[in-house]
Design a protein around this ligand. Structure first.
Ligand code: ADP
Length: 837
């Protein structure tokens, strides 16, 4: 066994305390990683692998350390930063080193990793019996919340909404929750889920929520090594305070994330986002994912939006002022976590400078109109905020360094003492300059020069021809080709005095900076409150700007169980093409609408626009409709064609059934359900039977408001059976053999499904589409699925096409349900059939 050096022993001890992190070991100008850590750095980031005493080692320069840390974070690693705690030049023996911080995806404060438009949540889940506790902390802003969930579905719904970067779990939940893929999983020992560590929680918080919150606090204490002055008081919320949106719905409605990667413009978030700050963008995102249920709260937002829509000049003034506000929320987070540099402080000061402009512009419109806006003005105009701002004014230079230890950040005139030190340095430099004249006269060397370089400091330079005149008290320092450089006692003394003054100035600057931060820290709660108010204002303003630009109207809420929308539009689709607005009336007593119509006629769009209008209204946004009277919905469920959700190992149909089960288990009479083409993933009979049963259950017992788009014409007969079922169809116009899509939704049942027409549109040859039409006609006449009054019994009819000696291609054709084919599938099938022929 090789003998370990003391430094290696130090390394191994520190590494043992952080086994699941890459340890960055400060060694001179580098962070070094050893053993497996070094191999990770080499593999992931192409850092050159070297060796020290035969052990693998890889180093990154300290100056670029942050960039490497960020890259590792993005790849799901954690990094423990170990620093030298004393100056190696002054240390006796082994330099003291400590891990000052562990950087993890859920606790990073680095702008290089964080997305300005999203909260970065560190979540913890705890289970107690059948109930779950969930805590979420955004360390970058200090927002700290917890809730309890009575079942796993509610919990996963909430986790999907929060979409954490890191999830803390007790050992027993690891297996079960790892597959959720909600951020990097960190397993903590069970005892860290300690409810007692949450000292300032309100009374009556469920224990399971406290346990989760306790784990979050323990983890933050461990990774941040204690420096967090900005955590807000734990706020308890109940899942029943917000509209429930399950993960399927969240995805299907494309609220914040497009179904297909790269199509961000297709999301509701994108349409509504005209925010000017990160605070506003995060607020908007949170709001879209958690629509309100309290009518007064919704009306308060709507009233504020209405006020803000009324004056375009004010809108502009506010947008401009907000655009100059930096991310006050995250700057305050850096302040609280001891990570604020001079540059950050300058941004914070500039943000505070904008507050009077914001409140002034706002006071112009808010006069009594909106309680919400008045509270925002209040939160932005605390006198103490102005004091904090004044405390900073005139302190920093225009371009301060990122790191306060570099000095050169305090503006002249701010501190007399500092100015004196600078004056002293100037005087000393002047004396050095005067020395040149003095020495020239004394030595009689006219070309004698005083100069400075970084290596040797101040020197006197004498060119070769004059070297004979150099006095004996000159000490040689450096020889050049044409000259020699010297120092004198006097020069050395000046230099020393400058160095002392310089060191004192830098120390004083650091002290002044630190003092300013300390004073500011006392204002953290106020800064957070102001930041929150700015975010909310930015959010409301964004809704107002969009409402005006896209001609939205204020929705009305009713206690009646009805949805009435006049000239509703799809907020995304209307921006990219000529749009046909549509009405929807589901009055009391009408709960389910079966919607038929050809493929591509606009059924999906109609369904989604209805869900989006209802959701937007409860977010507090105006809606894309001429008029909308809406109930307050407790849940929205959106299920649209399962085809694009192939999950490995689960069949499309199974997936669809799982999603449907979730609806039947959770929907209430106050829910909205949109179901698009349910039952597609299985055979016609199966599909129809299930669709029928589900529709009947929804209309018959659940009585949720439901839009059910289907290609099963048979379903329309449900309206004869149940009084609260109605039929709608998307109208088309037939011009000869062509079909024109009108995208107009009308009462009643569609005449046909026009699948063959779509096949024609997709370019199938006429031979085939004509053939298909003939087959379809036969089906319609003979299939038990499509019994027509007076149609002869299929078995009794002789069908020449399907005689006993049919060609295999004909046999296959026989099995096809053209209604059940997408144009692509039809095309593919056509190629296959031709090949077979
Ligand atoms: P379906 O669900 O009936 O197959 P979609 O709802 O997907 O059809 O609509 C197909 C296309 O028709 C959409 O992509 C859109 O381009 C267009 N569309 C749908 N509804 C409208 C409308 N109301 N106004 C204008 N175009 C529409």
């Amino acid at each position: 066994m090789s003998k370990k050096t003391p430094m290696m022993e130090q390394y191994l001890r520190l590494k043992a305390a952080h086994p699941d992190a890459i340890l960055f070991f400060h060694l001179g100008d580098f962070y070094e990683a050893f053993f497996e850590d070094a191999e990770v750095l080499a593999r992931e980031l192409d850092v050159v692998l070297t060796a020290r005493n035969g052990n693998p080692m890889a180093g990154v320069p300290i100056r670029r350390g942050e960039a490497y840390v960020n890259e590792l974070l993005k790849r799901g690693y954690k990094v423990a930063i170990c620093q030298q705690m004393e100056d190696p030049r002054k240390a006796t023996g082994l330099v003291r080193r400590e891990v000052v911080r562990v950087v993890t995806p859920g606790t990073t404060l680095d702008d290089g990793v964080l997305d300005a438009g999203r909260n970065n949540y560190l979540c913890a889940v705890y289970r107690r019996g059948a109930r779950f506790g969930l805590a979420a902390l955004d360390l970058s802003t200090g927002e700290f919340t917890a809730t309890a969930a009575s079942d796993r579905e509610a919990l996963t719904g909430e986790l999907t909404r929060l979409s954490p970067s890191e999830l803390l779990l007790p050992p027993e939940l690891k297996e079960e929750f790892a597959e959720l893929e909600q951020g990097v999983i960190t397993v903590l020992p069970a005892e860290q889920f300690d409810p007692k560590s949450v000292s300032d929680a309100e009374f009556g918080v469920p224990e399971e929520a406290l346990c989760a919150a306790g784990a979050v606090l323990a983890y933050v204490a461990e990774t941040q090594k204690g420096i967090v002055a900005h955590l807000q008081r734990l706020q308890m919320y109940s899942l029943s305070e917000r509209m429930e949106i399950d993960p399927f719905t969240l995805r299907n409605l494309e609220l914040v994330k497009p179904l297909r990667e790269g199509e961000e413009r297709g999301t509701l978030l994108h349409v509504l986002d005209k925010t000017a700050t990160g605070m506003g963008r995060r607020y908007l995102r949170r709001a879209i994912l958690a629509p309100l249920l309290d009518r007064a709260e919704i009306e308060a937002r709507l009233a504020a939006v209405e006020t803000l829509t009324q004056d375009e000049l004010v809108q502009q003034a506010l947008t401009e002022a907000l655009a100059r506000v930096h991310d006050l929320e995250r700057l305050t987070g850096k302040l609280g976590a001891g990570r604020m540099g001079p540059l950050d402080l300058l941004l914070l000061e500039r943000s505070l400078d904008q507050l009077p402009r914001v409140t002034e512009a706002l006071s112009g419109v808010a006069g009594g109109a909106s309680g919400l806006l008045i509270r925002i003005i209040e939160d932005l105009s605390f006198p103490r905020l102005a004091e904090l701002r004044e405390g900073l004014s005139g302190m920093l230079v225009d371009q301060p360094p990122a790191d306060a230890r570099d000095g050169g950040l305090i503006r002249p005139g701010f501190s007399e003492q500092l100015d004196r030190l600078h004056a002293e340095m100037r005087a000393l430099r002047a004396q050095i300059a005067a020395l040149e004249q003095k020495e020239r006269a004394r030595t009689g060397i006219p070309s004698l020069k005083v100069g400075y370089n970084r290596v040797f400091g101040y020197y006197i330079e004498v060119t070769k021809p004059h070297l004979s005149k150099v006095p004996p008290e000159y000490h040689r320092r450096q020889t050049l080709t044409n000259a020699e450089r010297f120092v004198t006692e006097e020069l050395r003394e000046y230099e020393q005095r400058i160095a002392v003054a310089q060191e004192r100035a830098v120390a004083l600057e650091l002290e002044l900076f630190t003092q300013a931060l300390e004073r500011l820290k006392e204002g953290i709660p106020l800064l957070q409150r102001a930041a929150h108010a700015l975010g909310k204002l930015d959010f409301l303003l964004s809704l107002a700007v969009v409402a005006r630009r896209n001609r939205y109207t204020r929705p009305r809420f009713t206690d009646r169980h009805e949805i009435v929308i006049r000239e509703g539009r799809h907020p995304v689709v209307e921006l990219v093409e000529e749009f046909v607005p549509n009405d929807l009336a589901l009055p009391e007593g009408t709960d389910l609408a079966i919607i038929t119509g050809p493929n591509m006629s606009g059924k999906s769009v109609y369904l989604r626009q209805t869900a989006l209008i209802c959701l937007m209204a409860q977010v507090g946004s105006f809606v894309p409709a001429r008029e909308a009277t809406l109930p307050i919905l407790d849940r929205i469920f959106a299920r649209v064609g399962a085809s694009d959700m192939l999950v490995s190992g689960i069949s499309t149909f199974m997936m669809e059934m799982l999603e449907t089960a979730a609806i039947l288990n959770r929907a209430t009479a106050r829910s909205l359900i949109i179901l698009d083409e349910m039952g597609r993933g299985t055979s016609t009979y199966d599909g129809l039977s299930i669709a029928w049963a589900v529709a009947k259950e929804l209309a018959g017992s659940v009585r949720a408001k439901t839009l059910f788009a289907t290609h099963y014409q048979e379903l329309t007969r449900l309206a004869d059976e149940l009084p609260n079922v109605t039929n709608l169809h998307v109208a088309v116009k037939e011009v000869g053999k062509e079909v024109v899509f009108l995208h107009r939704v009308e009462p009643g049942v569609a005449a046909g499904s026009y699948g063959v027409h779509v096949a024609r549109l997709a370019g199938l040859p006429d031979r085939v589409t004509e053939q298909a039409e003939r087959i379809l006609a036969e089906f319609l006449a003979g299939s038990p699925l499509y019994p027509k009054a007076g149609a002869p019994d299929a078995s009794a009819q002789s069908l020449p096409l399907f005689g006993p000696d049919e060609h295999p291609v004909v046999k296959r054709l026989r099995k096809i349900d053209p209604n059940n084919l997408t144009p692509l599938e039809a095309l593919e099938l056509l190629f296959q059939l031709r090949k077979e022929l």
